[in-house]
Write a protein that binds this ligand. Structure first.
Ligand code: ADP
Length: 483
């Protein structure tokens, strides 16, 4: 079992209307440690009825929460941020146990997650309207911003804390209550956040966590007319479905969906920096992030040199249980994830790719997989079209700038992209032509609470984090004032 400094952070109940509760039918599901296959505990298996209660509680809590001053809400968020940082070790242990990422990465995520509470707590005080020039001598035009109302969030397992605070932070800051459905594989991180929210003074009903049947809970969150906004992070397929389910009640939606990030290395790149960036972008979280490099395009002149340096660096990655010191790559989240990586490798090899490193399940068993590098990968292979979401680096070859821009944009996704070049003219040309919401130039890491995160094309709608992240939780009101 998990040893924590504060064992009360590990909750095996849901949190609705300020109370810890079981499912109406007392049903539970197990939560598994992917590194060991051991059962960590259970959580309630809830459905539409419990979700409806959480939504009703949110609606009841809304008037008092929106009436608070921005500073009062800000202080609660600040306190919640502080509590997360004070309990970072325990939160990281819970995360590694249920998700598998190395402890150092988990701690990094806890700090990143807390930063959204701090940031949006500060931004709460900066929500401002405008007075516009009136075309009439006897009327004034005033624009205010108001909280949109009861919000819903559905979040994935790959960032069990940060994807929550990135939604709950701005919602609470804006004056909205929010009902969260975390991923069924990583509920304990979400519930630990609820413990700290309660301690920070988030009033009952303002933040509830419902766990259980994704379809039933999602159906209620999207169908219930009281919910005015849904924010979802997850796969494009589920995002599309949820958007459809939100259509009858015309909810505002924010979607952060799948990616198929290109990572381009031009002849003039600093190769060592590009290798370092590729490792960070590809192998972080065992390749299970929506901004992970999925297609690595390397220009002719440096192709073999880059491949050799990358293999040498990937060979050094230590695979193991995330709680062990020095581990760089934990297990994949579940067996299904391993099958996808295996499929992509088999498909690529069958179509002529060259295996440079790895390629197999790791000797540690469970869902551990060898960090893998493939060369001579081409556009007709599955990995060119679909997100692998695993530790597989496929190296494509290209000759010209125009060719690689066309290849990089040849996907329905448009979340993140990366490229390495030292030519300033090329940097501008490529950055402007790449069709993604985010571009990393000479870097493989771009995420911060200060910058707008989000995609174009079928990678999503809206932006999270930054000065733009609050807009999704606000509505504009025009007041025409006669004199
Ligand atoms: P991933 O591939 O990251 O698991 P999913 O889109 O399947 O992506 O999951 C992201 C989140 O969406 C999770 O919280 C999951 O429970 C939820 N989810 C999956 N299917 C549905 C659905 N039909 N309705 C509502 N939520 C869903």
């Amino acid at each position: 079992m998990l040893t924590l400094n504060d064992p009360s952070l590990l909750r095996q109940q849901a949190y609705i209307d300020g109370a810890w509760c079981d499912a109406d039918e007392s049903a539970t599901v197990d939560v598994i440690n992917p590194a060991t296959g051991d059962k960590l505990g259970t959580v309630p298996h809830m459905g539409a009825r419990e979700t409806r209660r959480a939504i009703e509680a949110a609606a009841a809590a809304w008037p008092a929460w929106r009436k608070k001053t921005a500073r009062e809400r800000s202080l609660v968020l600040r306190k919640w941020n502080d509590l997360m940082l004070e309990n970072a070790d325990d939160l990281a242990r819970i995360m590694t146990a249920e998700q598998g990422k190395p402890l150092a990465e988990a701690k990094g995520e806890v700090a990143y997650a807390a930063s959204f509470l701090e940031w949006f707590g500060e931004q709460a005080k900066r929500v401002a309207g405008e007075t516009l020039q009136s075309p009439w001598p006897d009327r004034r035009i005033v624009v205010t911003k108001e909280p949109v109302g009861v919000c819903a969030a559905i979040t994935p397992w790959n960032f069990p804390a940060a994807m929550i605070t990135r939604k709950v932070g701005p919602a609470l800051a804006a004056g909205c209550p929010i009902v969260l459905k975390p991923a069924e594989l990583t509920p304990y991180s979400a519930l630990a956040l609820a413990v700290l929210a309660e301690r920070a003074g988030v009033p009952k009903g303002v933040f509830s966590v419902v766990v259980g049947d994704a379809k039933a809970i999602g159906g209620e969150l999207t169908g219930n007319p009281t919910v005015r906004k849904l924010s979802f992070t997850g796969s494009t397929a589920v995002g599309r479905l949820l958007m459809e389910q939100c259509a009858p009640t015309i909810k505002k939606v924010s979607l952060e969906l799948g990616g198929n990030a290109s990572f381009i290395v031009f002849d003039d790149a600093d190769l060592d920096a590009a290798v370092e960036g590729a490792i960070a972008s590809k192998y972080r979280n065992a390749g299970q992030t929506c901004v992970c490099a999925n297609r690595i395009y390397v220009q002719d002149g440096i192709y073999e040199a880059f491949a050799a340096k990358l293999v040498a660096a990937v060979e050094k990655l230590k695979v193991g249980n995330g709680v062990e010191a020095g581990v760089n790559q934990g297990p994949l989240i579940e067996e299904k994830a391993v099958l996808k990586v295996e499929q992509h490798i088999a498909d690529a090899l069958a179509k002529g790719a060259r295996l440079l490193l790895g390629g197999k399940r790791h000797a540690l068993g469970h869902s551990f997989f060898q960090p893998t590098v493939l060369a001579d990968v081409t556009a007709d292979m599955a990995v060119a079209r679909e997100e692998t979401f695993g530790p597989l680096a496929p190296l494509f070859r290209f000759s010209t700038e125009d060719e690689v821009i066309a290849l990089a944009n040849d996907t329905e996704f448009g979340l993140a992209s990366y490229f390495y070049s030292r030519d300033i003219g090329r940097v501008w040309r490529v950055a402007e032509q790449i069709e993604t919401g985010m571009v990393g130039v000479n870097t493989g890491l771009i995420s911060t609470e200060v910058a707008p995160f989000g995609g174009v094309k079928q990678s999503g709608l809206g932006r999270e984090g930054s000065i733009y992240g609050m807009d999704d939780y606000l509505v504009v009101k025009y007041i025409c004032m006669g004199t």
